[in-house]
Design a protein around this ligand. Structure first.
Ligand code: CP
Length: 314
């Protein structure tokens, strides 16, 4: 595998290989000296046209822990503000010798374009393109869930698990990548959203869908519930009556937390709108995996770069 552009690029075997490698990488992250020589002499460019906290920092930490040189490029403050195109930006970075480009872009398909345009020769890793895909997030979510349910023996998938993905599914690249990868790994996926935020193309791929969070909580035995951020910045129309109504009908709150099974884990890719899709007590509850997701992001991104850049060969 040269690029990671979509969760669809991952066979079950590929995905499990990355999850298993991430266990080894987590071991490195627990050591006093958190460093491997694997990518010594290689250069990784973080090319971010959209804001990010978790993804950008964890790719940077991951590349540095594998001994790569890292160049961080944010569109804000660069010549992109003067109108420079993705092509010219990519070719400039290529001229500086990038072995891998980690790209986040507001346009769906930007990572695919970069990988197949010939503008760069190295590997391309999609760190989120528009509303399309965020495959490294799906891998870290799978890794986090596999560990939480003690199903993380080498070679294990997520067979038999049941996961609800709830909220602004229409605008969520996290939902698209997770739906694909969870199914690849054998889990059952239940989509829950207002009708205006639930595209038919995705309901067709899920095991079930509902417009009622209460109905799903009461009728499905869930191992995890993934709450999604309401992406107001991508909404140019009114998709629900008001934030108050959204929180009341589709938000995770104390009443719903109490009705979930004792063993249902709570996940959110971040950043959270506390009080909208999730209340503070649910986000901070002992069943929340939200900070584990952040921590596991470094191990998963080390594993991805190891497989793409070192060929998984060492
Ligand atoms: N989950 C995620 O992509 O977070 P950031 O936008 O902070 O990178």
């Amino acid at each position: 595998m040269k690029h990671l552009l979509s969760a669809n690029d991952l066979t079950r075997e590929n995905a499990i290989e990355i999850l298993d490698t991430a266990i080894e990488m987590a071991g490195v992250n627990d050591r006093e000296i958190k460093k491997l020589p694997t990518l010594r002499g290689k250069t990784v460019v973080n090319l971010f046209f959209e804001d990010s906290t978790r993804t950008r920092i964890s790719f940077e930490v991951a590349a540095k822990r594998l001994s790569a040189d890292v160049i961080n490029f944010a569109a804000k403050g660069s010549s992109v503000s003067k109108g420079e195109s993705l092509k010219d930006t990519a070719q400039t970075l290529e001229a500086m010798g990038a072995d891998a480009v980690v790209i986040r872009h507001y346009a769906s398909g930007a990572a695919h374009t970069l990988a197949h345009s010939g503008w760069v020769n190295g590997s391309v890793i999609n760190a989120g393109d528009g509303t399309h895909e965020h495959p490294s997030q799906a891998l870290l979510d799978a890794f986090t869930l596999r560990k939480a349910v003690n199903q993380d023996a080498a070679g294990a998938g997520l067979d038999g698990l049941s996961v609800a993905i709830v909220g602004d599914i229409a605008h969520s690249r996290v939902a698209r990548s997770n739906l694909t990868l969870l199914k690849t790994l054998g889990a059952k996926v239940h989509l829950v959203a207002p009708a205006t935020l639930l595209p038919k193309g995705l309901t067709d791929k899920a095991d079930s869908y509902s417009y009622s969070l209460d109905e799903t909580i009461d009728s499905v035995d869930l191992d995890a519930i993934m709450m999604l951020r309401v992406q107001s910045e991508r909404m140019n129309a009114s998709f629900f009556p008001s934030e108050r109504e959204y929180a009341r009908i589709w938000g995770l709150n104390q009443d719903r937390l109490a009705r979930l099974g004792e063993n249902t884990f709570i996940m959110h890719p971040g950043p959270m709108n506390r009080g909208l899709e999730i209340d503070a007590r649910s986000a901070d509850s002992r069943r929340s995996l939200i900070l584990d997701q952040v921590a596991n992001g470094v191990s998963i991104r080390m594993a991805i770069m190891y497989h793409l850049l070192a060929g998984g060969a060492e």
